[in-house]
Design a protein around this ligand. Sequence first.
Ligand code: TXA
Ligand code: MG
Length: 308
Amino acid sequence: MNSEVRRAAQVLRAGGLVAFPTETVYGLGADASSAEAVARLYAAKGRPADHPVILHFATAEAAFDFAREIPAQARKLAEQFWPGPLTMVLKRSPKAKDFVTGGQDSVGLRVPSHPVAQALLREFDGGVAAPSANRFGNVSATTAAHVVAELDVEFVLDGGPSEVGIESTIVDLTSGVVLLRPGRISREEIEKFLQVKVKSPDASSPRHSGGLERHYAPKTPARLVPPHELDAEIAKHGATIAVLAFSKPDERVDYWIRMPREPQAYAQKLYAALRELDSAKCATILIESPPEAAEWIAVRDRLQRAAA
Ligand code: TXA
Ligand code: MG
């Protein structure tokens, strides 16, 4: 792996793209200081140029160099949750250029914990702009094979399946503490740790593509179905549907994936399951709604967008 990491860092330095594992999902990386490299990144993803990307660093110190104001709460969060599945949005320093912030005055910063991501970031020794390694709007990639199936990228580092399975929690700290995207690190955990109320985004919050209604979506239309309606839906549509559910497979349905009843295990499997059901090319993917409980919020968020 060491020599591969060194080659990957060289590709980044030369302005190329490298897909790499993180603990959340795979990222498609480019040198955050190079306008050409970042332009290549947006083209590869098919992503609109005004969408900001998250910058990845090996350490909090390196990350904070790209912010001009670091609230005490940001330092505390970094100490507690970095390296790990948390992204902070802070007021940018001159190091964070328009081409990574989408022209906004803030920047998204993250220090991932995956050992291969850490090795790459240390070896590269700079900021790596890395959106999730999927085409814009699609579900994220949680294995190297997902990346290769979807993107034409020079270099893919394989670090096995991502452990968290859904994208990082995003917290905006440019005014107060605002949760832009739920993830493994929950609102309650942050509130308890900081002893503050974490707000939800409003009209004045920064734009973020995870906030688009239809995002993280398979190509097959997906629909959320309450558990007590699943049987009637299957009776109605039978062989034309694929099902993602908690219960055991129903013989009337050819494509059925049974999901764990524990939210973190569910999240870990989610994108691979959606990709598999998508490839069955059924008319619809029926998804059994998970419980309303707070611990399911991040999963529910992704499912609602997949089904929007
Ligand atoms: O787990 C993750 O965060 C993964 C891995 C690869 O690190 N990355 C990821 O990146 O999910 P992406 O680009 O697919 O999603 C980043 C989200 C987008 O919704 C983007 O708009 C938002 O972060 N974002 C980035 N910078 C921002 C900023 N300055 N203000 C508001 N939102 C921002
Ligand atoms: Mg994404």
